[in-house]
Design a protein around this ligand. Structure first.
Ligand SMILES: C[S@@+](CC[C@H](N)C(=O)[O-])C[C@H]1O[C@@H](n2cnc3c(N)ncnc32)[C@H](O)[C@@H]1O
Length: 277
């Protein structure tokens, strides 16, 4: 146990059993990571974080919804998902995909970024996928207007929903087994818009995204979050920017086939049955 004091505090005060929530000790680093990845000034990205911090109406609406659950804090703590918010604000995407809705903590944040974009004249839609019909309960009417929730195994629902569509931002956060993750990322590449921001929320645990980057000659980027006052060591944002015609052509017959390589033994430890977050 790395931090027994924090673990005891968690047992006494918190009741989350998975998908833990916490604030970040390295939020400033996250702004720099996103800025560098997107080639934008860090001040712009830090501005999106300030915008979110000051968004009392949104934060209190999420807090109100969080009151409904039995475990955990009512305070919305988005952790690395703040990076997702900044990305959606910065690139004003038309189509965002999140696989793995769960309660909807990432979903409401992405929806809020889309709402802000819409106020500025850029309309976008979030498709969020989960196998569990109880998922997405954090969404209220205002977030729901930017989101389509699709219930079912994403191995089936994702190819169906993306048929004939292009994706600007793709976030894998569903079944964290290597094979499932790689298949989702491969499908995202098949549906890449002119510029796709490809994200894996599981990049700290498997090599799926890293292998895709190596195969296609893309830069592989990884942010490791540091949870504040929490025993969980944190997850990460694995990211690649796929630009059509630069570095990799999506039309040259290259194919990434999900599950074609075994996971790296060290980094993928435990990941065949899925990592915790
Ligand atoms: C880590 S949670 C998602 C967390 C969420 N994105 C957030 O920001 O809090 C993983 C979710 O993936 C869902 N899931 C697992 N296997 C799936 C599958 N094959 N298809 C779709 N969703 C799946 C689970 O039901 C769970 O809600």
């Amino acid at each position: 146990m790395r931090q027994p004091r924090l673990y005891v505090r968690f047992i006494v005060r918190g009741r989350e059993t998975s998908n833990f929530t916490y604030e970040l000790a390295n939020q400033a680093e996250l702004a720099v990571f996103v800025a560098n990845a997107l080639g934008r000034p860090w001040q712009e990205i830090a501005g999106y974080i300030d915008e979110l911090d000051g968004d009392k109406e949104f934060l209190s609406a999420v807090s109100e919804r969080l009151r409904q659950r039995k475990g955990g804090s009512n305070k919305p703590m988005f952790g690395r998902r703040i990076g997702w918010y900044c990305i959606v604000r910065a690139v004003s995407p038309g189509v965002v995909v999140e696989t793995g809705t769960a309660d909807g903590l990432g979903t409401v944040l992405l929806a809020r970024a889309l709402a802000r974009n819409a106020e500025e004249g850029f309309r976008g839609e979030l498709l969020s996928f989960d196998i569990d019909p109880r998922s997405g309960w954090l969404l209220d009417e205002s977030s729901a207007s930017h989101v389509r929730l699709l219930i079912g195994d994403s191995a089936v629902t994702l190819p169906r929903a993306l048929s004939g569509r292009e994706v600007d931002v793709f976030i894998h956060d569903s079944d964290h087994s290597y094979v499932h993750e790689k298949a989702e990322l491969a499908l995202a590449l098949d549906h890449a818009a002119e510029r796709l921001v490809l994200i894996s929320d599981n990049a700290h645990a498997t090599t799926a995204l890293h292998e895709i980057c190596t195969d296609l000659g893309l830069d592989y980027l990884l942010f490791r979050e540091r949870p504040l006052d929490h025993f969980y060591p944190g997850a990460g944002i694995g990211m690649a920017i796929v630009t059509r015609g630069v570095g990799v052509s999506m039309d040259d017959g290259q194919q990434i086939v999900g599950g074609s390589h075994p996971p790296d033994v060290d980094r993928a430890k435990g990941s065949e049955k899925g990592s915790e977050l």
